[in-house]
Design a binder for this molecule. Sequence first.
Ligand SMILES: C[S@@+](CC[C@H](N)C(=O)[O-])C[C@H]1O[C@@H](n2cnc3c(N)ncnc32)[C@H](O)[C@@H]1O
Length: 221
Amino acid sequence: MIRMLRRIPPVQDPATAFDAAADTYDDDPHHGTIAEALVRGLRLTIPPALVVDVATGTGVAAFAALRLLAPERVVAVDIASRMLDRARAKAVHEDTACRVDWRLAPAVPLDLRDGRADVVLCASSLHFLGAAALHDWLRMLRPGGQVAFSIPMADDFHPSPEFGRMVAAHLTIPSDAAAATRIAIEAGFVAARAETAAPASGDRPRRAFLVWATAPNAPRL
Ligand SMILES: C[S@@+](CC[C@H](N)C(=O)[O-])C[C@H]1O[C@@H](n2cnc3c(N)ncnc32)[C@H](O)[C@@H]1O
């Protein structure tokens, strides 16, 4: 008797998936465009002492922060070692003062002290991390510190089965800017605002929301 076996896609974790993508990741300008827009949208009055780039990948947001914010220090964390290898290779030219501390680690929770970060960046990655990441960012940020993250727009988000299984279960992919803003507000941030980003690249629409928000001055009771 011939038994029909259903094809089950191989289990994939983000480290394995992004290690496999690392060599060609920077060929696609989409992520760089999103990361730079996030950094440009921050409303800072003085250069930040500490910027944290969560799920930095090949470092596009970390390098944008170096260029545009003149921070004293950047901590950039990712779980995929080959993505970090690419970032370190670029840092030879893009971070000659060695201001970025590249760390191979899970993004949540981050091994950083409470209330020290001026800025948290998370470009094109929150959907892998889930809502717990927002609470960790709130913990790390000083009162009045700013977060900037992007998240795909639901209408354009059609992950493959392998990719879909890496997406955090308890985070709703937003359909509009108001829903994107609510992700930050519901986590406890204030003064949240969102814009739609539609970088022209590739063969499919990949609109995303860019969200900026502020850590409150006093912890919520
Ligand atoms: C689409 S890439 C974005 C990278 C970069 N932020 C950018 O804008 O190009 C998603 C990144 O999230 C990382 N990632 C996914 N889950 C992670 C986790 N739990 N901890 C740390 N990094 C994670 C992946 O390794 C990958 O580098």
